[in-house]
Design a binder for this molecule. Structure first.
Ligand SMILES: NC(=O)c1ccc[n+]([C@@H]2O[C@H](COP(=O)([O-])OP(=O)(O)OC[C@H]3O[C@@H](n4cnc5c(N)ncnc54)[C@H](O)[C@@H]3O)[C@@H](O)[C@H]2O)c1
Ligand SMILES: [Zn+2]
Length: 379
């Protein structure tokens, strides 16, 4: 961690903290040699609202210049403002050397990529009938008015939950994650594993749809936990998930017999630490084998999960199959950067097209259950 005084200078160089309209502010220069600190502070910052992100050029001690991502938030204390150096990739598009869809397809056909990391979010489960968080109108956040929350994220905020668990209990009555089936996108990930091309599927989803494809769950890192068990939000003791589910249906908050803390599912709320099996991958050395990144169905708004693409080598092609680019919501602008590629659209459709283009269509059909086979054949 390098402290940057208010004039924007630090021992390693200078950093113009130019938030539009805010002038120069104080902050920290983080680089990924100081992981624990970077993760903690970025995790805290990204869980807050009104966070804005911008780029600036930083001059390092040795005189080299690097692009850095800066974070500012109105809710943040001065100490939490910060910026960190991204691993390359901030050049504007140069049409002649920009990664193309055809290059990716050719690479897949030619066996160039052998360790594909797939990062997923709520968008890949939308076609299964589970709303995502941020889609306008249909997303969970757009439909929380009746809960009278200070901000939409509060419903999944640990401090708010401990204080007022009623809102979450009320919300969960109609947010039953057990009745849905996996989507073609989930089966595509399983197929990648069968082809021995999957590095890991890093998922923010808590719906366990990956498991329903029959994929080896060692290949899936559930970064925000899973909707399986339950525990006390205060003393963290394990609790009976069925008892909690019954309490949700009865609309009575289940409380811990030992400490009276409200019981919650084993999913990670804002303000809670992420599982160790995910945190071990917040390390460029762990991610070194990755030679292709596919990000699907996520706004990349939640940290530290959204830092993963930044830990990969700059030369790794990074693809986004999503309705929207994540430039404004997340950590990466997939429309810029020589190795980034944004393929807009519904991920089930993008995946089907990709399977056709890479000549994986028959293998894809084999892995799909009948229900989805018919859907694809009709297309
Ligand atoms: N299914 C679930 O388990 C579930 C559901 C809702 C929220 N969440 C939680 O949401 C949090 C993070 O948010 P997130 O980034 O995953 O979701 P998000 O709601 O913030 O973003 C969803 C993204 O998916 C895109 N999208 C929506 N439908 C799509 C489709 N059919 N094809 C392609 N893209 C589509 C949207 O454009 C958006 O960028 C996580 O912590 C996760 O635990 C999970
Ligand atoms: Zn307790």
């Amino acid at each position: 961690m390098f402290h940057v005084p208010a004039n924007g200078k630090d021992s390693r160089g200078s950093a113009p903290f130019a938030e539009p309209g805010a002038g120069v502010v104080q902050g920290h220069l983080l680089d990924f040699s100081d992981f624990d600190f970077a993760n903690t502070i970025l995790g805290t910052m990204m869980s807050k609202t009104k966070l804005t992100r911008s780029l600036c050029e930083v001059t390092l001690e040795d005189g080299t210049k690097e692009q850095a991502i800066t974070y500012f938030g109105k809710d943040l204390s001065e100490d939490e403002h910060g910026f960190f150096i991204e691993h390359g990739n901030w050049q504007q598009d140069q049409d002649e050397n920009k990664l193309s869809y055809k290059e990716v397809v050719d690479g897949l056909i030619g066996g160039k990529y052998k360790n594909i990391m797939v990062m997923t979010g709520a968008g890949i489960s939308v076609s299964a009938g589970i709303p995502d968080f941020r889609s306008p109108k249909t997303g969970v956040y757009a439909n929380l008015k009746e809960y009278d929350l200070p901000r939409p994220e509060a419903i999944f905020d640990i401090e708010y939950f401990v204080d007022k668990p009623e809102a979450f209990y009320k919300f969960m009555v109609n947010f039953d994650l057990t009745k849905h089936s996996a989507t073609p996108t989930h089966y595509f990930i399983k197929m990648l594993h069968e082809k021995k091309l999957l590095f890991k599927n890093m998922t923010q989803n808590i719906d366990n749809l990956e498991e329903k494809t029959g994929i080896d769950m060692d290949m899936v890192i559930q970064a925000h936990g899973a909707n399986r068990g339950a525990h006390c939000s205060k003393c963290k003791k394990k609790k009976d998930a069925e008892e909690m589910a019954a309490a949700i249906q009865k609309q009575e908050v289940l409380r811990c017999k030992e400490c009276q803390g409200p019981v919650k599912p084993d999913i990670t709320f804002f303000g809670e630490g992420l599982p160790a099996e995910f945190m071990e991958f917040m390390d460029p050395d762990m991610l070194k084998p990755v030679d292709l990144l596919i990000v699907m169905g996520t706004a990349l708004a939640v940290g530290p999960f959204n830092q993963l693409p930044l830990l990969l080598k700059a030369t790794v092609p990074k693809l986004l199959f999503n309705l929207d680019n994540t430039k404004d919501t997340g950590t990466v602008d997939f429309c810029t950067g020589a190795n980034n590629l944004f393929v807009p659209g519904k991920c089930d459709e993008t995946i089907a097209q990709l399977c056709k283009d890479v000549k994986w269509w028959d293998d894809f059909q084999k892995v799909l259950p009948d229900k989805h086979k018919e859907t694809e054949e009709k297309k």
